[in-house]
Design a protein around this ligand. Structure first.
Ligand SMILES: O=C(O)CCC(=O)C(=O)O
Ligand SMILES: [Fe+2]
Length: 275
């Protein structure tokens, strides 16, 4: 589309319907929903992700395993300084592709139950080309900053996040606007929040407007260490402000196979795509 036309529609009432049209054109087509034959637990999980955008399983990993993985993350950050990114502004240390240097992190990346859920949710085989190991720490700079509301993708992004330390309201919990991944809400929330055309970043005022209409849609995922979150991050979400302590987590990024390639290294660093 011509740049001048794009600018005009960016903040117009057409922004939301045109965004939805473009997403559909790029393959955003709702949900396959073909999991009737699966066992009860799998169906319940997928139906919840389809309906709300997330599903939470407490104590997916034991306390001991979480301790081991926290130690492992500290060790791998130390040993892979050149491949690790650190952002003081958000107090975040990250290693994308941590499973390529760590057996125990690779176990999470390769978890067959999670892989099955991903495949069913995508309607085709959708592996996780990498796992993010992240340690979020409260510091002087980030103590009143959140990671900003956003959609990860305007196509489809499905993630499995496991908290490896206890996460209360104060430790930077994930927040999600329930149902914001639905096609009908991409339209309705786009209009309500006046979200600009094709914007994956969501301004704080937009999130406020959307939530003012229905405050019950705000889900703050608090949970003990070992809590697993299965989440469709096409919906609107953010990592909220960390006010105290450290938050350790692993995140599997599941993707359609045609999205996986050397290009991932440009976005996520040298370990993201192994070839
Ligand atoms: O780790 C979190 O709380 C969520 C961060 C995020 O935006 C994401 O993983 O897409
Ligand atoms: Fe995100």
């Amino acid at each position: 589309m011509e740049n001048s036309i794009k600018e005009k529609i960016k903040h117009s009432p057409l922004a939301a319907p045109l965004t939805l049209a473009r997403m559909v054109g790029a393959g955003y087509c709702g949900y396959p929903g073909k999991w009737e034959g699966e066992e009860q637990q799998v169906q319940e999980t997928l139906n919840s992700i389809k309906e709300n955008g997330y599903y939470i399983i407490p104590a997916y990993y034991s306390v001991e395993r979480c301790q081991d993985l926290r130690d492992e993350i500290d060790r791998q950050f130390e040993e892979n300084k050149d491949k690790t990114s650190h952002d003081d502004l958000i107090g975040d240390t990250r290693l994308f592709g941590a499973e390529k240097v760590s057996k125990s992190i690779n176990k999470f990346n390769q978890d067959p139950h999670l892989q099955k859920l991903s495949d069913l949710y995508h309607g085709e085989h959708a592996p996780a080309p990498f796992t993010l190991a992240a340690r979020l720490e409260c510091n002087e700079i980030n103590k009143d900053k959140d990671h900003g509301w956003h959609r990860d993708s305007l196509r489809r992004q499905f993630k499995a996040i496991i908290y490896l330390s206890d996460v209360s309201e104060d430790n930077g919990p994930l927040q999600y606007i329930t149902g914001s991944h639905h096609m009908r809400n991409i339209l309705a929330d786009g209009l309500q929040g006046r979200i600009p055309y094709m914007s994956s970043a969501i301004a704080p005022e937009s999130a406020e407007k959307i939530l003012a209409k229905n405050p019950a849609r705000l889900k703050t995922v608090i949970g003990g260490e070992g809590t697993l979150i299965l989440v469709d991050t096409t919906g609107i979400h953010r990592g909220s402000t960390i006010q105290t302590g450290k938050r350790y987590a692993l995140t599997n990024y599941y993707m359609f196979e045609d999205q996986i390639g050397p290009r991932l290294n440009e976005y996520f660093g040298p370990l993201a795509y192994a070839g």
